[in-house]
Design a protein around this ligand. Structure first.
Ligand code: 3H9
Length: 711
């Protein structure tokens, strides 16, 4: 039929195959190809049934997300022509069987549901993940799914966006049968049965029995809305998806589709969908590194070693174990080793209790971790990760030792969050093998891995680290070797502004609430308490000699540390903590301390509104981010966005700090930063790149594209 969609015949059954690698997205040409094939099936009297299948590794993974930008324009607002295609499939006069392997996601599941029957292999995944892109199903998914799977299931799948496996899909009625053997054979056998039984096409849109009754549905929708408000705080699409499924229960199929299209378009036009789609492509863009190609050699990491069994080291060892890689965990003393192992065990126990892992799985993972007080066995490891206390001298000692004991090709990685990788590498005979692997706490949970290249780090070690990140189920982002690298370098002015604001008159909890309500996972001062105020205090002391004494300095955090208030771990920091797991409690003693300090420093206190709090704190990120891009320590603006979304709790629906600045408009952001410079001085001097882009009327995304990167 076409290159993208082919039709072959097996006797009186037509096999329609979609060939649009890698994921058979419904790109231009694919819907047209399917429509033409269906027409042939209708027109050819000798064809009695059809099978629709995906070529390669999957069924259809959805609409082509790259086309969404053009779908935002007013002339293209009818759901990319998919609704008529699906009606054409459903109206086919011969039974059409969807044969599903890999993923039937989004528009892919919508296509499958417009077929009259569905058969899947047991490993298939089916889902309506659109809310993860800030949109809702736009080709009748919210209308057909409740007719097949019932209202409860449809609401869950459309509002949360999580896929179901084939067994679940069978139980809930989304697929009609599973086949263990060859999918084409299974599907043609199914089609043959339908022909022999003389089954007429069964149109999903005509099914009504699972649409439930109004009072039971009302409870389902009310609970779903409550859940979505909590689990997808601030997001529009999950609520819109629930509205659309509700429409399926109250309106005719045609009217329901109209309502779905309206809601789909509202979501598609939102900044939230732009932000989430930016993050979807960004996650993939960060793996593209100039100078590292598909041909760059990647070492297979089969055995690992971690030095340091503290919070970070233990979490890192768990990552390796969870990926099935045996790992030695080395500590200097039995006491620290026992403590580290006890924490690891507790983490696994918690996961078992919460139902994330079975006991057997947890036991297997734990057995992959070999505790040790010596470097014995390091000679067989393909990587050694140093995760000791954050201090240059100690790190150098460890690397000198690793250089002696590790085999020549081994990767030597440091988990430092701020220290100079080149200085660390200088004590080894192989700086090309040395790299930063900066994990984020808790290391077994947070998805970001900042991969820090030193000046000598080889392309092979970078490629190996990127591939390893994937294996560890992390998102690896390559950054350059500057103080704090990308994430923590930007976090310093972010924290600084939060502290200046409390000195200037905002309450601690007001600063945190402003950022939380704006979408951050936690407020900045609550985060500081969680991370431990002593950690950044130690780093500030290490770099004190580099500070310019004429610049304003946030004093209160140092004062809190001097008082032994290190945050949650000592029961007091910016807040007080009474019980572990209970929230922070505002502490009048700290408030008093701040007021006293402000008076001594001559800072005039005033009322500060939430908008200003957000601007001061978020624009501080943007300004530093722009400097980092210009200085080349981040490859692209999108790399910074991914770092902040996956490492710092930045709301994905705002796309990351640099993308968010694009949505506000760089001129507006730049002007505001100039205001701040006038009010607060040189710490706010605008980054030259920001100034340049603002003056040229461009965005960071355009800047990325102009340099051949980004989305
Ligand atoms: C939708 O369907 C809306 C409908 O209701 C209709 C409305 C009218 N489009 O992830 P990978 C690219 S919304 C375009 O590395 P994996 C991806 O960028 C859609 N491109 O592979 C990458 O490109 P590159 C609902 C897509 O095996 C390459 O394919 N569907 C799309 O790790 C390989 O991808 C979804 O949200 C796409 N739909 O994972 C599913 N999908 O090589 C989104 C992928 O240049 N996709 N690409 O970097 C996924 O979740 C994963 O890609 C999948 C495969 C699990 C399928």
């Amino acid at each position: 039929m076409s290159e993208l969609v082919s039709l072959i015949r097996q006797g009186d059954i037509a096999i329609i195959t979609i060939n649009n690698p890698p994921v058979n997205a419904l790109s231009p040409g694919v819907p047209e190809g399917i429509a033409a094939s269906v027409e042939s099936v209708n027109d050819d009297a000798s064809i009695k049934a059809a099978v629709l299948i995906g070529g390669g590794r999957t069924f259809i993974a959805g609409a082509d997300i790259k086309t969404f930008e053009s779908m935002r324009s007013p002339e293209n607002r009818r759901g990319a022509g998919l609704l008529p295609l699906l009606l054409a499939i459903e109206n086919c006069s011969k039974p059409v069987v969807a044969a599903i392997h890999g993923t039937a996601f989004g528009g892919g599941l919508e296509v499958a549901m417009s077929c009259h029957y569905r058969i899947a292999v047991p490993s298939a995944q089916l889902g309506q993940p659109e809310v993860k892109l800030g949109i809702i199903p736009g080709a009748a998914g919210t209308q057909r799914l409740p007719r097949l799977a019932g209202v409860q299931k449809a609401v869950e799948m459309c509002a949360a966006g999580n896929p179901v496996n084939a067994a679940d899909a069978l139980r809930s009625g989304i697929v009609d049968r599973l086949t263990e053997g060859d999918l084409v054979e299974g599907a043609t056998a199914f089609a043959r049965e339908l022909i022999e039984k003389g089954e007429a096409p069964r149109r999903t849109r005509d099914l009504k029995t699972k649409l439930g009754d109004e009072s039971a549905n009302a409870a389902i929708f009310a609970i779903a809305r409550e859940t979505a408000k909590k689990s997808a705080r601030g997001q529009l699409a999950p609520l819109a998806a629930i509205d659309a499924v509700e429409a399926a229960t109250k309106l005719s199929f045609e009217e329901g589709c109209k309502r779905e299209t309206e809601l789909f378009q509202q979501c598609l036009q939102s900044d939230q969908s732009k932000g989430l789609i930016h993050v979807f492509f960004g996650e993939r863009a960060v793996s593209k590194i100039p100078g590292v190609s598909k041909d760059t050699r990647v070492s297979d990491i089969k055995r690992a070693a971690v030095v340091g069994a503290g919070t970070m080291g233990g979490g890192i060892a768990m990552n390796y174990a969870n990926a099935g890689i045996p790992v030695i965990l080395k500590e200097a003393s039995q006491e620290f080793l026992d403590r580290g192992l006890a924490t690891i065990k507790k983490n696994y126990d918690t996961s078992v209790k919460r139902g994330r892992f079975t006991q057997e799985y947890a036991d297997q993972r734990l057995a992959l971790i070999t505790p040790s007080l010596t470097f014995d066995g390091f000679e067989d490891c393909d990587i050694a990760v140093e995760a000791v206390f954050e201090g240059m001298e100690l790190k150098k000692q460890v690397f000198a030792e690793l250089d002696k004991v590790c085999k020549p090709g081994a990767v030597l990685a440091s988990n430092t969050s701020t220290l100079d990788i080149d200085e660390i590498a200088s004590v080894t005979s192989r700086p090309q093998q040395v790299i930063g692997h900066h994990f984020f706490s808790p290391a077994n949970v947070m998805r970001l891995l900042e991969i820090v290249r030193g000046k000598a780090t080889s392309a092979e070690v970078i490629a190996t680290s990127m591939a390893l990140a994937k294996k560890l189920k992390k998102i690896g982002v390559l950054v350059g070797n500057c103080r704090g690298f990308v994430g923590n370098r930007m976090f310093a002015p972010y924290q600084r502004e939060a502290q200046f604001l409390v000195e200037e008159g905002a309450r601690i909890e007001q600063v945190d609430a402003a950022l939380y309500d704006w979408g951050m996972a936690m407020g900045p001062l609550a985060v500081a308490d969680l991370a431990g105020l002593d950690v950044s205090w130690r780093i500030r002391k290490e770099f004190k000699h580099l500070e310019d004494p004429s610049l304003r300095y946030p004093m209160v955090a140092d004062r809190l540390c001097e008082m032994g208030r290190y945050g949650q771990k000592t029961g007091a920091g910016w807040y007080r903590y009474e019980d572990r797991g209970k929230g922070p409690i505002p502490d009048p003693e700290v408030q008093h301390l701040i007021e006293q300090f402000a008076a001594e420093a001559g800072i005039k206190r005033r009322e500060i509104k939430a908008d200003e709090i957000v601007e001061r704190i978020i624009y501080a990120l943007v300004n530093e981010g722009a400097r980092i891009i210009e200085e080349g320590f981040a490859l692209r603006a999108v790399d910074i966005d991914i770092i902040y979304v996956y490492g710092y709790g930045f709301p994905a629906y705002r796309g990351g700090p640099m993308f968010y600045a694009d949505t506000v408009g760089l001129k507006k952001v730049y002007d505001r930063i100039c205001d701040f410079e006038r009010e607060h001085g040189v710490l706010w001097s605008p980054a030259p790149l920001l100034k340049q882009l603002a003056e040229e009327g461009r965005t960071f995304a355009e800047y990325d594209r102009g340099r051949g990167g980004g989305n």
